[in-house]
Write a protein that binds this ligand. Structure first.
Ligand code: AMP
Length: 294
């Protein structure tokens, strides 16, 4: 595996690969890698001659300094994992490479309310930071395809929108959520869970399954409220459990209002904030391709 820390060195290498006709697939991460990340890399390897994984804990997307500080950093183990699955390139830049003082990297896109709900309410400024780092990384890597996980459903919607509005020459490929055997969605943050919180972790997935099973019986608002109660009773501090249209991300009043419905939640498990989601309904009518939605 080739490893780069400097933008110019990476670009020099990728330019050579492009001249050989190789397509570049790109998987941006913040490290502390797990099977969820690896699934994106495997998908990219199937579809491109060269797969680049970046590891960069992006300071601009953390709205709390303590969260940034506590974010797990496991670079030696990450490199081993990436090597074991045949990743072509790992890019591990420092903050000065991504945000050089003389470069304006702010993304001036109006996200048309996609960034105003759910995570946007509880993590102000988060998506500005996400858009900024993804745009900067895409400018550097110039990938044909960008692989991101449904695990971060709202992030996926925002990046899809940014690519469309800025007319970026990159195809977004959305990949399904990888879960532990007991249903807990894999996350770098899971390693910070206390044994007690890890034990109740599967209840998050169960609340989403319950929502899917009961959508014929109740209205979305009733399901949201009941799911919040279930999560509280289980020992979490839920922030939201929203049932939204999968394209516009606005809450729906009735299931008939949309043919693409997703439940998204955030809940604190002790000191660790977890997010998860599930597609509750996905009709054929919306007619979007795999790269537009899952
Ligand atoms: P992160 O390192 O948390 O920024 O995640 C990097 C990429 O991996 C994002 O596109 C995430 O959506 C994706 N990802 C994280 N966890 C999972 C998972 N459990 N299943 C699938 N993709 C994931």
């Amino acid at each position: 595996m080739h490893s780069f820390k400097k933008v110019l060195d990476l670009q020099h290498f990728l330019n050579r690969r492009r001249r050989e006709g190789h397509r570049i697939g790109f998987v941006p991460t913040m490290g502390a890698l797990h099977e969820g990340h690896l699934s994106l890399i495997r998908q990219s390897k199937l579809e491109n001659e060269c797969t680049v994984c970046s590891i960069f804990v992006n300071p601009t997307q953390f709205n709390e300094a303590s969260d940034l500080e506590k974010y797990p950093r496991t670079s030696a183990a990450d490199i081993k994992l990436l090597t074991s699955i045949g990743t072509d390139v790992v890019f591990m830049p420092g903050p000065d490479e991504i945000y050089p003082p003389d470069l304006d990297t702010i993304v001036n896109v109006d996200f048309s309310h996609l960034d105003q709900q759910m995570e946007g309410v509880f993590r102000p400024g988060h998506f500005e930071g996400v858009a900024q780092v993804v745009k900067r990384l895409l400018d550097i890597v110039q990938a044909q395809r960008l692989y991101m996980g449904q695990k971060d459903f709202q992030q996926l919607s925002i990046i899809r929108y940014m690519i469309k509005i800025l007319d970026l020459p990159t195809q977004l490929v959305a990949c399904p959520i990888i879960r532990e055997a007991d249903g807990l969605a894999m996350s770098s943050r899971n390693r910070r869970l206390s044994p007690q919180m890890r034990a109740i972790g599967p209840k998050i997935h169960q609340s989403l399954l319950w929502a899917k099973e009961t959508l014929d019986k109740y209205r979305p608002a009733q399901i949201s409220q009941k799911a919040m109660e279930l999560l509280s009773e289980a020992g979490f501090r839920p922030e939201y459990f929203d049932i939204v249209d999968g394209i516009h991300l606005n809450k729906i009043e009735q299931f008939e209002d949309s043919d693409y419905v997703v439940a998204c939640l955030a809940a604190w498990a002790g000191e660790v904030r977890l997010i998860d989601n599930m597609i509750l309904k996905q009709g054929a009518k919306a007619g979007l391709s795999r790269t537009n939605r899952l």
